[in-house]
Design a protein around this ligand. Structure first.
Ligand code: PHE
Length: 347
């Protein structure tokens, strides 16, 4: 009997390592340890044994049973781990970024035309030694108006219809000129910088007016800077932007933060000067406001007006972009229409 037990044990040991699935394992367990299993079959033969032999066989059989149970449990765990690993391997996702995305029929994204032109402008200014600054969209009254020589009662505040916050002290900046003040606050003259960004005005919308649009502010402060310098600089700038000579006109313009102040218009490139909805039928587009920085503004920025002076300008980017890409309605810019933005991928 003991020998038979030894044989069953051997059979068990040689079989168990080849079991590869949990159902097979259950079957294997039943074959050896089940009610009708091999171990029980041996045990039922115990009846014919003498008492002493019964005891010896019983304890040996029990020992074998414990060994088998432990082996079954261990093999079961191995199978589970194997199965989990196989599942993980099968469901593996490659989450690393690849440029294969176009292979899936998806389209590579393109930059918005305003972004493209803004970056182009930044490159031009960087090549001329300007720094690029940023300023907040949500601004306080001081930086948007007060420090720019626009006191509270000044009619110029009504020229720019302002989105105010409920606290009556904060607003959405109506121009990028706040960057003049913020720039001066952090720089020591001489300096030159530009600051592009979104600006907001509570306006009625049409083909050339949006409530949110884009400007690029520029400021150059040093010693003995003249209107001549400013005009020469702006001419050079425009020929860089349009990559050709373009008709411009300069006329007096009023902005409280510059003295003297000017407005520079350029010929509408959509209609060639004949007149269209974008240029309001006049053939000219308001390109930028500019002028010599007012002494009060220099003072507000911590610059001594007796020692330094300079010029500033604020350029509209939306209309510039419309001219460059022949876009006939400013409202396309915020339409979110991918078919619109995709057209500029190639440029
Ligand atoms: N901030 C003015 C505007 O929004 C433009 C401007 C900037 C004019 C700088 C003069 C100097 O219209």
């Amino acid at each position: 009997m003991l020998q038979k037990l030894e044989e069953v044990k051997k059979e068990f040991e040689s079989g168990i390592s080849s079991i590869r699935s949990l159902p097979d394992m259950a079957q294997f367990k039943a074959d050896f340890l089940g009610k009708k299993g091999k171990l029980n079959a041996l045990m039922s033969g115990m009846r014919d044994l003498a008492v002493e032999e019964k005891k010896a066989f019983g304890s040996k059989a029990n020992e074998v049973k414990q060994v088998m149970l432990a082996a079954i449990e261990e093999q079961g765990r191995k199978i589970e781990v194997e199965q989990i690993n196989a599942k993980l391997e099968k469901n593996r996702q490659d989450i690393s970024w690849t440029d294969k995305i176009t292979d899936l029929g998806q389209q590579a994204a393109g930059l918005h035309p305003i972004t493209k032109l803004t970056r182009e402008l930044e490159d031009i200014f960087l090549s001329m030694g300007f720094d690029i600054l940023d300023g907040p969209h949500i601004e306080d009254e001081y930086h948007n108006f007060e420090a720019l020589n626009i006191p509270e009662s000044h009619p110029a505040r009504d020229m720019q219809d302002t989105f105010w916050f409920k606290d009556a002290e904060h607003l959405l900046r109506t121009h990028t000129s706040n960057i003049q003040i913020r720039g001066m606050e952090q720089k020591k003259p001489p300096f030159k910088f530009v600051g592009p960004g979104k600006v907001f005005r509570c306006e009625a919308l049409d083909a050339s007016h949006e409530a949110a649009f884009h400007q690029l502010e520029g400021m150059m402060v040093g010693r003995d800077i003249s209107v001549q310098h400013m005009i020469h600089f702006l001419r050079t700038l425009l020929s860089e932007i349009f990559k050709k000579d373009i008709n411009v006109r300069l006329r007096p313009g009023f902005f409280p933060f510059v003295e003297p102040g000017f407005e520079l218009d350029y010929e509408c490139m959509l209609c060639g000067g004949k007149g269209c909805p974008v240029c309001k039928q006049v053939g000219w587009v308001e390109g930028l406001g500019c002028g010599m920085v007012h002494p009060n503004v220099l003072k507000a920025g911590g610059v001594d007006p007796n020692e330094f002076n300079g010029f500033a300008f604020g350029m509209g980017i939306d209309r510039l972009t419309m001219m460059r890409y022949h876009i006939d309605d400013v409202r396309h810019f915020h339409s979110g229409n991918l078919q619109f933005s995709e057209q500029f991928k190639a440029y």
